[in-house]
Ligand binder design. Structure first.
Ligand SMILES: *Cc1c(COP(=O)(O)O)cnc(C)c1O
Length: 470
């Protein structure tokens, strides 16, 4: 492709991008294709000869687009959002164009120095104290893995890295029943074994019970098992559970246990001071993660991971073959030592674009509107005799179910709500996901897409009621 051709195609695609985002509401939210339908449209073998960009792009529109679920659709109410925004997309274009590999400071000093700077902006934005240093990970899952590995190495004097697990007594990790599945996955990856994975019960508000946590720690100590890490949730995935951070932090200090705080979704809301109560006690944490790629208008992937003791993290991950040595290593951060992958994209750029383009106040306005819409939706559900709220609404997350009069058998209600959810998602106007609360099947409404306005939530509620009444 010549530079002139590149320019022409790029302009055409930017026009397409602007039109797409402008008209995204016209698409069904969840892809309506059946398994295998897209792969059947893709040739089984690669082309020998290059093809024209016009042809490739036309095939993208015809064969690929129908299989896309539209996370940037304002009626996307499933999972948690994975927001983008125009300034973020523009920055991603520049990042792709530079194509820089930002593993070491010297492989792009601006990428490293901007990453440190914008993560400190973010730290200030969510009201975290000084003393936390940030790094961008690809996902909250990776940050949790980094936390568990650091905890494991600190507890064994970096012994597992040297000698392997066999040389050390068994270890235990604690979290609540409401924790994200990533915690369990990472316990397995870290080699600690699910035998040492403790899911602590929660109270009526779905918060980790600190008395049960202490009892579990004591029981492990008595059995010769080493407690190494607690993962606390601030805004758990199911119902948005907020664990009592200060009490957990004090307990961790007392027993010398590493405390990781998983605020993947809710963390972004803390740019609004009225939500900062959730982080009371955050200074007691050893590491914290939240995802600007969820609710802060920044394209996936961008997970903000903060650590109290960067040396412990770096010592856990660092390796130094000859070809990676650099003259500046003592004076700068080489972020390749802060996580699993060696290679890293220039992800700080999109965050810098987003924060500068909206300003902190602009971002607050958007999050506050989503939270207001969550309250509105919860009030509609509450006021309707055929529906019920199944867990206290949290920020913009509402767990509810259809409960028409005359249907009271719990298993019947489960089946009814499961059928309703499938009906809703097959319809395509909105997209929702399910959850279990107290063992019961519930529908989960998560509001937070960049473009979601009140009319979209009104339309969503109308669709739910319409399909339920059928
Ligand atoms: C989304 C989420 C995760 C996982 O996030 P990834 O960045 O996709 O790994 C972990 N914990 C909570 C509470 C989440 O909401």
């Amino acid at each position: 492709m010549t530079p002139e051709e590149f320019r022409r195609h790029a302009h055409a695609m930017v026009d397409w991008m602007a039109d797409f985002l402008d008209g995204v509401e016209q698409h069904p939210v969840r892809a309506q294709t059946r398994p295998g339908e897209i792969s059947a449209r893709l040739p089984e073998s690669p082309p020998d000869m290059g093809e024209a960009m016009e042809t490739i792009f036309a095939d993208f529109q015809r064969d690929v687009m129908p299989g896309i679920t539209h996370w940037q659709h304002p009626r996307f109410f499933a999972y948690f959002p994975a927001n983008s925004s125009p300034p973020s997309v523009l920055a991603e274009m520049l990042t792709a164009t530079l194509g820089a590999q930002c593993m070491l400071w010297q492989t792009s000093p601006a990428a490293t120095e901007m990453e440190t700077r914008v993560l400190d902006w973010l730290r200030q934005m969510v009201g975290m104290p000084r003393g936390f240093t940030g790094v961008i990970q690809d996902s909250a899952s990776s940050a949790i893995l980094a936390a568990i590995l650091t905890a494991r190495e600190k507890a064994t004097g970096w012994g597992v890295n040297a000698e392997g697990l066999k040389a050390h007594p068994p270890m235990a990790i604690y979290t609540s029943e409401q924790t994200h599945s990533a915690t369990e996955k990472n316990v397995k990856i870290a080699g600690l074994g699910l035998a040492g994975f403790r899911k602590i019960p929660v109270d009526d508000a779905f918060r980790l019970r600190v008395d049960s946590l202490e009892a579990a720690i004591e029981a492990d100590l008595a059995a010769g098992i080493r407690p190494v890490c607690v993962v606390a949730s601030i805004g758990g995935t199911g119902v948005g559970a907020v664990d009592p951070l200060r009490a957990i932090g004090e307990l961790c200090r007392r027993y010398d246990i590493f405390l990781h705080v998983d605020a993947a979704w809710a963390g972004s809301a803390l740019i609004c001071p009225e939500h900062r109560w959730m982080f009371d006690g955050i200074e007691l944490a050893d590491s914290v993660v939240f995802n600007p790629h969820k609710w802060l208008l920044t394209n996936f992937d961008c997970s903000a991971h903060y650590v109290k003791d960067p040396d412990a993290l770096v010592r856990t991950f660092s390796i130094l073959p000859e070809f990676l040595k650099s003259r500046e290593a003592d004076a700068v951060f080489d972020y390749r030592d802060w996580g699993v992958p060696l290679g890293r994209r220039f992800r700080a750029l999109k965050l810098w674009f987003v924060i500068r383009s909206y300003g902190v106040e602009g971002l607050r306005t958007i999050i506050r509107e989503h939270v207001r819409l969550g309250g509105l939706f919860a009030a509609w559900v509450e006021a309707d005799p055929d529906f019920e709220i199944m867990a206290p609404p949290m920020l913009s997350l509402i767990n509810f179910r259809f409960h028409p009069s005359g249907v009271d058998d719990p298993a019947d209600l489960d089946r009814l709500n499961e059928a309703l959810l499938h009906r809703i998602n097959d319809d395509g106007r909105i997209y929702l996901t399910q959850n279990r609360v107290g063992g019961r099947y519930v529908i989960r409404m998560s509001i937070g897409q960049t473009r979601t306005e009140q009319r979209h939530v009104e339309e969503g509620w109308a669709v739910i009621r319409e399909l339920a009444s059928e």
